[in-house]
Design a protein around this ligand. Structure first.
Ligand code: PSU
Ligand code: MN
Length: 303
C-alpha cells in the first residue's frame, strides 16, 4: 500500500483525515466534470480543516492519498476495473488499475488507519432484490468495517426499505444530519426513519467516539440531506429512474454495470440536472464529513 506523505504525516500526528473513493470518478460521472468534482471535494475537505485521501489502485498498488495528476488519470483512462471487496485481490494480483467502490474504499481506509470516508451515495438492495439477491457489497462492508461513511443516503434507484432493513439486521446505525427521515440522494427525504437525528458534527463525533470506546465493530452511516435548492424534483427524478431501469432491463445490463449505467442514463434523461445535483451533494457531504472528523480528533486529544 502506498500512503502519501501528507496523509502519513497527518495520521501520525492525529490530524483529521477523510477518505474519498474513485469509482465515483471513473464510473459515476463523465469527464471532465468527474475530475473537477473530485478536486473540488478535496478542497472542501481542506477548507473545513481536514486532510483528503483519495483512494484507488494504480498498477496493482493501492494508493492512499492520490496526487492531482493521478486523480486526472482516473477521470480520463478507459477500462479501469470497478473494484469492490471481491475484486481487490484480482486487481492487485494482475497489476491493474482499479477504482474502489464504497466497500473497497472502506476496507483500504481501515487498513491505512483512516476512520472517515465521504462519498455521494452508497450501494444497497437493488429494486427486485427480494428475488434477485442483488445487494451491494457496501452493506456487508458497513456491517464489519469500522469506518464512518458520510453520504446523501442510498439512491432512489434502490429499494430503500430493503436497504434500511438490511442495515438494521447488520447493526449499522443510520444517523441523519438535521433530519428525522433518511435522505434518498437526489431528494432530501424518504419515508424511512433514521436512528438518530444529529444536530451538529460534534453530536455525530461523540457517537463514533462512544462506539469505539465500546469496541463495537462495524461502520456508521451518516446521511446528509441534499439542500432543497439543489435537490431534484421528486416526480422528475422518479420518472427518469423508472425509464432508465426499463432500458437497463431491455439491454440486459446486470451486476456491477447496473449502477454506472443507471447514473449515466438518468443524467441523459434529466439533461445534466442529476449530475449537477450529484456534484453539489458530494461537496455538501465533504463539508459535514470534514467537520465530523475535526470534532472527533478533538475528542481523541481531549480538547
Ligand atoms: N453513488 C454515486 N455514484 C457512484 C456510486 C454510488 O452517486 O458511482 C458507486 C459507489 O462506488 C458504490 C457503488 O460503492 O456505486 C455501488 O455499486 P454496486 O451497486 O454495484 O454495489
Ligand atoms: Mn449488485
Amino acid at each position: 500500500m502506498i500512503i502519501s506523505k501528507k496523509v502519513q504525516e497527518a495520521l501520525e500526528k492525529g490530524f483529521p483525515v477523510v477518505a474519498l473513493e474513485t469509482t465515483i470518478i471513473s464510473h459515476g460521472m463523465p469527464y471532465p466534470k468527474n475530475v473537477e468534482c473530485a478536486l473540488q471535494v478535496e478542497n472542501v475537505i481542506i477548507e473545513n480543516g481536514a486532510i483528503p485521501a483519495t483512494i484507488g489502485i494504480i498498477n496493482g498498488e493501492p494508493v492512499i492519498g492520490m496526487s492531482h495528476e493521478e486523480i486526472e488519470l482516473f477521470g480520463k483512462k478507459e477500462g479501469i476495473r470497478k473494484v469492490s471487496r471481491r475484486d481487490l485481490a484480482i486487481c492487485i494480483a494482475n497489476k491493474e488499475w482499479g477504482a474502489t467502490t464504497v466497500s473497497a474504499t472502506m476496507l483500504l481506509a481501515k487498513k491505512a488507519g483512516i476512520q472517515f470516508f465521504v462519498t455521494g451515495g452508497i450501494g444497497g438492495a437493488q429494486k427486485g432484490a427480494e428475488k434477485t439477491y442483488d445487494i451491494s457489497a457496501d452493506l456487508e462492508e458497513l456491517a464489519k468495517t469500522d469506518v464512518t461513511v458520510i453520504c446523501a443516503g442510498p439512491k432512489a434507484i434502490l429499494d430503500l426499505n430493503i436497504t434500511a432493513e438490511i442495515l438494521e439486521t447488520k447493526g449499522v446505525p443510520i444517523i441523519g444530519y438535521n433530519t428525522d427521515k433518511m435522505p434518498a440522494f437526489f431528494t432530501p427525504t424518504s419515508n424511512i426513519n433514521v436512528d438518530f437525528n444529529a444536530r451538529s458534527p460534534l453530536e455525530i463525533a461523540n457517537i463514533i467516539y462512544t462506539k469505539n470506546n465500546m469496541n463495537l465493530e462495524g461502520g456508521v452511516l451518516v446521511t446528509v440531506p441534499v439542500p432543497k435548492e439543489f435537490a431534484m424534483d421528486e416526480k422528475i427524478i422518479n420518472s427518469a429512474i423508472s425509464d432508465a431501469q426499463k432500458e437497463m432491463e431491455k439491454k440486459g445490463i446486470k451486476g456491477k454495470d447496473e449502477t454506472p449505467f443507471l447514473l449515466k442514463k438518468i443524467n441523459e434523461i434529466t439533461e445534466g440536472k442529476s449530475l449537477e445535483t450529484n456534484i453539489y451533494l458530494i461537496k455538501n457531504n465533504a463539508k459535514i464529513g470534514a467537520k465530523v472528523a475535526v470534532e472527533y480528533s478533538k475528542l481523541i486529544k481531549g480538547e
